[in-house]
Write a protein that binds this ligand. Structure first.
Ligand code: ADP
Ligand code: ASP
Ligand code: MG
Length: 408
């Protein structure tokens, strides 16, 4: 008998019919002799709808109240899933993140799981029940406040819970057949991967491949939990995210991300301490800075550009404006019409010339590169927002990720 954690995303629980379908799948897994813990997302676009509702009420919702509101989405689907299972004669019990013992940091909207006290989940399983946990939420044990984990956070709930319970596998049921070489909604020729390493999946997710939240992959890697990403609409195998893969690819996938904005501080005096003065208050304000580029200094002044989530752009601008005034910089610009395209592959570590090929392909398609950053297994370029889909397609065509095993 195995312990299986199954997570169902928004589309998979998007209607009463789909919830009944999820319940049938959960019942089958349980009837095959397994213990099952289920993690659910809000129904369909439920989280977006709640965010839109808040925006209709106020332009500046308090983060605490936003979390109170958004956690309601997952609470609806967990209760409906429990009802659907009970209706099929399967004992089931739903728990909020807080009831399931998911303890987090205090940052509303992007709290991190610090510990899971899964006693109630275990007790439910011991009573022969399927336990259904609301994804994307937890509780700050100090302030006793409800928190959310950031968009896509139900994936993190599922894998962290699998790790805490020492589950045999964490299954992520979603609306595509697995992890593809690029977003299949953007690249029709993208190919489903049979497996991918934690390291590569972490980079892909971090670069915008929304099929898994990056933090969930971190939990999988840290605690050695294999993650099986698969469709909730049929029973075919999906993609296994695990330590080792069959073969090392130079380019495993192409990811893109349109969720960031670029902030440029012009005319910054080129002196020691200026970058620290700028990035310290950003970090203190929980602004997550991604890429940073500093230009060559001309006559003692330079420009510094960096990218932040669009949702943090106003806060970043406010802070950058203040620092610019303090250090005597020229001014601050925000550009929200940017996107990032990335190539990821473990074989890049030992393969030369991938970056230059990437730049050539983009230039052949008249796509201008505004910023570049790399890791040992990733190259990312910032391009104009309107160019990003052409960039992903042309790079996928140029590198053909699924057919580039390293030994070729
Ligand atoms: P869920 O609600 O099940 O969590 P998400 O919308 O969060 O689903 O994630 C699934 C989506 O991720 C897919 O519909 C797809 O458009 C997108 N996606 C982006 N990159 C990839 C990729 N490399 N492979 C598969 N799906 C991807
Ligand atoms: N409902 C949340 C979101 O839409 C969490 C999740 O689905 O993983 O981001
Ligand atoms: Mg998701």
């Amino acid at each position: 008998m195995a312990l299986i954690v199954q997570k169902y995303g928004g589309t998979s629980v998007g209607s009463a019919e789909r919830i009944r379908n999820v319940a049938r799948r959960v019942a089958d897994t349980r009837n095959a002799g397994n213990d099952v813990v289920v993690v659910v997302s809000a129904m369909g676009q439920g989280t977006d709808d709640l965010m839109a509702l808040a925006a209709d009420v106020t332009a500046n919702p308090y983060p605490r109240e936003m979390d109170m509101l958004l956690t309601a989405g997952e609470r609806i689907s967990m209760a409906l899933c429990a009802m659907a299972l009970q209706d099929q004669g399967i004992p089931a019990m739903s728990l909020t993140g807080s009831q399931a013992g998911i303890l987090t940091t205090s940052v509303h909207g992007s709290a991190e799981i610090i510990d899971i006290r899964a006693d109630r989940v275990r007790a439910g399983l011991d009573e022969g029940k399927v336990v259904i946990v609301a994804g994307f939420q937890g509780v700050d044990p100090v302030a006793k406040e409800v928190t959310t984990l950031g968009r896509g956070g139900s994936d993190a709930t599922a894998v962290a819970l699998a790790a805490a319970m020492q589950a045999d596998v964490c299954e992520i049921y979603t609306d595509v057949d697995g992890v593809f070489t690029a977003d299949p909604r953007v690249v029709p020729g993208a190919v489903k991967l049979d497996d991918i390493s934690f390291e590569e999946m972490l980079e892909l997710a971090g670069a915008g491949a929304g099929v898994l939240m990056a933090r969930s992959v971190e939990f999988g890697r840290r605690y050695g939990i294999p993650i099986h990403v698969r469709s909730s609409f049929h029973a075919a195998e999906g993609t296994w995210v695990k330590e080792e893969t069959m073969e090392e690819a130079i380019v495993r996938g192409v990811a893109h991300d349109s969720s960031e904005a670029k902030v440029t501080v012009h005319g910054v005096p080129d002196q020691p301490g200026v970058a620290a003065n700028l990035f310290e208050p950003l970090a203190e304000a929980d602004v997550n800075v991604d890429m940073i580029v500093q230009n060559v200094s001309i006559e003692g002044v330079t420009d510094i550009s960096f990218t932040v989530p669009k949702a943090s752009a106003d806060r970043a601008k406010e802070i950058a404006d203040k620092v610019a005034r303090e250090v005597g910089a020229g001014g601050v610009d925000i550009d929200t019409n940017i996107a990032k395209v990335s190539l990821v592959g473990a074989g890049m570590k030992s393969e030369l010339g991938i970056a230059s090929r990437m730049f050539r392909i983009l230039s052949d398609h008249e796509i201008n590169i505004e910023m570049i950053s790399t890791s040992p297994i990733r190259i990312s370029c910032v391009v104009r927002g309107e160019d990003v889909e052409a960039a992903v397609r042309s790079l996928h065509e140029g590198f053909r990720p699924a057919s580039s095993p390293k030994e070729e």
